[in-house]
Design a protein around this ligand. Structure first.
Ligand SMILES: [Zn+2]
Length: 305
């Protein structure tokens, strides 16, 4: 899933969450080995979809603040909106929900949403960390409400903790959130003892410099068994590639292959418990080369290669 509106969110010169990130992803997926991908134009999300997770007052405030020229700063300046931001975030929401619809209808084995800005830091009532609406959390609730599912899981391997997704899922036993992330690091949440009301949240904090071996061991020992025990009927992936060793904002030191590994592990669980249904959404990643390497490993695994 892709939409050119996602290139028109422009948070300002020098901002790490730039349109060039998505251009790097799209260029990487333009290589011949990805020629069989079925590219679909993401639909525009609806206000009703956004309100599945976000508070009405917040949604109204964001819409009212979108500037006609220049930039408006949210979240103390980390998160900015330009004139194209509203259409960008609405297409992020639309892509994630349409991805769920396509997989549930059996039109696709799985889906990757090449969209931006990222969403997993956005809480129900506030923007945070370059994120305005939380498309992965919205897609999870959409799967419950529209498709009648009873259990939906999100796996988040972005290097930052997905505090927004955790906040949206905390009281909801039908939603599982499993995250691996660097700690300490922004936003400071994601300790192992943060488990949600019903043990539906599993956090795997990892130390700076952790590298491939420790990442794979901790994910295999803690996150993946919990995901399997939850028996989701659909698995969503918050696919951030900022744990890559080339990333300038974090120090987890993963290789591109690690993203292929974790994707294959999640797909193996999906094959066993939910007919392989996986929808992945791009989150962070701030090195063009790291994004390209991580995305190609991830999508190659989704294609079963
Ligand atoms: Zn991140």
């Amino acid at each position: 899933m892709f939409h050119p509106a996602c290139l028109e969110h422009k948070p300002g010169a020098g901002h790490p969450e730039s349109p060039q990130r998505l251009e790097a992803v799209m260029q990487a997926l333009w290589e011949p080995e990805f020629a069989q991908l079925d590219w679909r134009e993401a639909p525009r999300g609806t206000r009703e979809q956004v309100l599945l997770v976000h508070e009405l007052g917040y949604v109204d405030a964001v819409e009212a603040m979108v500037p006609s020229t220049g930039l408006v700063l949210l979240d103390g300046g980390d998160t900015a909106m330009s004139p194209g931001s509203w259409e960008a975030v609405m297409h992020c929401v639309g892509a994630a929900c349409a991805g769920v619809d396509a997989v549930m209808a059996g039109e696709a084995d799985n889906v990757f949403c090449a969209t931006r800005p990222c969403g997993h830091h956005a809480e129900p009532g506030r923007a945070m960390g370059f994120c305005i609406f939380n498309q992965i959390a919205i897609a999870a609730v959409h799967a419950l409400d529209t498709h009648g599912l009873k259990r939906v899981a999100v796996v988040d391997f972005d290097v930052h903790h997905g505090n927004g997704t955790q906040a949206a899922f905390w009281h909801r036993s039908e939603l599982f959130f499993g995250s691996s992330h660097q700690s300490p690091l922004y936003p400071g949440t994601g300790l192992a003892q943060e488990t949600g009301d019903s043990g539906n949240i599993v956090n795997v904090p990892l130390p700076p410099g952790c590298g491939s071996t420790q990442f794979r061991a901790r994910v295999a020992d803690v996150l993946l068994p919990a995901l399997r025990r939850f028996e989701p009927e659909l698995i969503l992936i918050s696919a951030g590639f900022d744990a890559h060793k080339l990333d300038p904002l974090a120090q987890l030191q993963l290789e591109s292959d690690d993203f292929g590994w974790v994707t294959k592990e999640v797909m193996a669980i999906a094959a066993d418990v939910c007919q392989g249904r996986v929808v992945s959404v791009l989150e962070g990643g701030y090195s063009g080369e790291g994004l390209a390497g991580g995305t190609t490993a991830h999508v190659r695994a989704l294609m079963g290669h």
